[in-house]
Design a protein around this ligand. Structure first.
Ligand SMILES: C[S@@+](CC[C@H](N)C(=O)[O-])C[C@H]1O[C@@H](n2cnc3c(N)ncnc32)[C@H](O)[C@@H]1O
Length: 337
C-alpha cells in the first residue's frame, strides 16, 4: 500500500496511471476513416466516454464519485457543474475537465477497484486488500465458474467478474430482495450482466441454484456454517476452493467444524492487515567522521573544524499498532477423491 504522500507525489500515480494499471483491456480499432469502439464495461476498456457509461469523477485523492453519463444531464461538484453532453460524451477517458466554477476534475474509466471505493453502500463491503487475497487463494482466472453469497453491495462481485471474464460465470445469491434487484441493475448498467446470474433466495436453505459446476465458492454471510453443505453441492465433482469471510473468531470456529464435517481439506484461516507507512520529512545532521587524512598539511585548524550540516530527507515510519481488523478469511479445498 502506498502512503498518501507517495501516491500524490509519484509521477506514475496520476489518474492515467490508475487507468493503465486497472484497465488492461485497451482496445483501439482505428482505421483510415472509421473509429470502431467498444462500449465501456467493467471488463473491457473503451477509449471514449459514451452516453450510458458509468464514469468515475476524480476530484482529488480520497475524493471520487461515480456518474451515470446521460445526454443533457449535469453533475454538481465542489468545483462547479459538469455538463455531460459537452464535457463528457465523446471525450477520451482520463480527460481533465474544467467545471463551471473553473476548477477541474479527471474523468476515469471505471474499474472494480475504483467502484469499490465509490459504490453506493447498501451493506458493509469487502475492500481491495481482502479481495486480492480472495482472488488469489480461490485460484480465480478467466473461465472460472464461481458461486457467491451474499451479494451485498456487489463490491467483491465486480472484482470476480473482471477476473473470470470473458468466459466464466458468477452465480451470486442474496436473500434481501431490494439488494438483489439493485445489484442486477448495476451489473446491467456496467455491461457485465452476461457474466452473472443473481438469485434472490436464502443460501442456507435453498443453496446456490446450481449443482456440480463451481470451481470456487465464496461466503460472506452471518452463518456460513449453514451454507457449507450447499457450497459443496454447488462445486464441481472433484477439487475446487471455498472461502468464507467472518469478522468474529467464533464464526470461524463453527465454519471450520462444518468444513471438516463435509470432508474439506487444507482448512486454513488468515487475516490480511495493511501496514501503511507514514511518510514525513526529517532533517538529520550529517555525521562528522573527523578530518580527512588525505588533506594537505597547509589546511588550517579552522578549515578542519567539524561543520554542523543538516540534510533534509523523506523517510517513512511503520505504524506501531495496526487497527482495521476487517475479518478472517477461511479457505478450504474440496478433495479430489
Ligand atoms: C456483508 S454483505 C456482503 C457484502 C459483499 N461481499 C460486498 O463486497 O459487497 C452480506 C450480505 O449477505 C446477505 N445475506 C445474509 N444471509 C444470507 C443468506 N442466508 N442468504 C443469502 N444472502 C444472505 C445480506 O442480506 C447482505 O446483503
Amino acid at each position: 500500500m502506498v502512503s498518501e504522500w507517495s501516491w500524490r507525489q509519484s509521477p506514475r500515480a496520476t489518474p492515467s496511471y490508475v487507468q493503465k494499471i486497472f484497465c488492461p483491456f485497451r482496445m483501439k480499432l482505428t482505421g483510415f476513416v472509421a473509429v470502431a469502439e467498444v462500449n465501456m464495461s467493467f471488463v473491457e476498456y473503451s477509449d471514449h466516454i459514451q452516453d450510458g457509461d458509468t464514469a468515475i469523477i476524480y476530484l482529488g485523492h480520497d475524493s471520487m464519485m461515480p456518474v451515470k453519463v446521460q445526454h443533457g444531464a449535469q453533475t454538481q461538484t465542489r468545483y462547479g457543474a459538469i455538463r455531460h453532453s459537452t464535457d463528457l460524451i465523446g471525450k477520451p477517458y482520463g480527460s481533465k475537465v474544467t467545471c463551471s466554477k473553473g476548477g477541474w476534475v479527471h474523468v476515469l474509466h471505471p474499474t472494480p477497484e475504483l467502484w469499490t471505493v465509490t459504490l453506493p453502500h447498501r451493506t458493509q463491503i469487502l475492500y481491495t486488500t481482502d479481495i486480492a487475497m480472495i482472488t488469489m487463494m480461490l485460484e480465480l482466472r478467466p473461465g472460472s465458474i464461481v458461486c457467491e453469497s451474499g451479494t451485498g453491495s456487489g463490491s467483491l462481485s465486480h472484482a470476480i467478474l473482471r477476473t473470470i471474464a470473458p468466459t466464466g460465470h458468477l452465480h451470486t445469491v442474496e436473500f434481501h430482495q431490494q439488494r438483489a434487484e439493485m445489484a442486477a441493475q448495476e451489473f446491467k448498467e456496467h455491461r457485465v450482466d452476461h457474466l452473472v446470474t443473481v438469485r434472490n433466495q436464502d443460501v442456507c436453505k435453498d443453496g446456490f441454484g446450481v449443482v456440480g459446476v463451481a470451481d470456487a465458492v465464496f461466503l460472506d454471510i452471518p452463518s456460513p456454517w449453514e451454507a457449507v453443505k450447499h457450497a459443496k453441492a454447488a462445486m464441481k465433482k472433484q477439487g475446487g476452493r471455498v472461502c468464507s469471510f467472518s469478522p468474529c473468531i467464533e464464526q470461524v470456529q463453527r465454519t471450520c467444524e462444518a468444513l471438516a464435517d463435509q470432508a474439506f481439506e487444507e482448512i486454513s484461516t488468515l487475516e490480511v492487515l495493511l501496514r501503511v507507512h507514514d511518510v514525513r520529512t526529517a532533517s538529520l545532521p550529517l555525521p562528522d567522521f573527523g578530518s580527512d587524512p588525505t588533506e594537505t598539511p597547509e589546511k588550517t585548524a579552522a578549515d578542519s573544524a567539524p561543520k554542523q550540516t543538516n540534510v533534509t530527507i523523506k523517510t517513512t515510519t511503520p505504524p506501531r499498532e495496526i487497527p482495521g481488523h476487517t475479518g478472517y478469511l477461511t479457505f478450504a479445498t474440496k478433495p479430489r477423491t
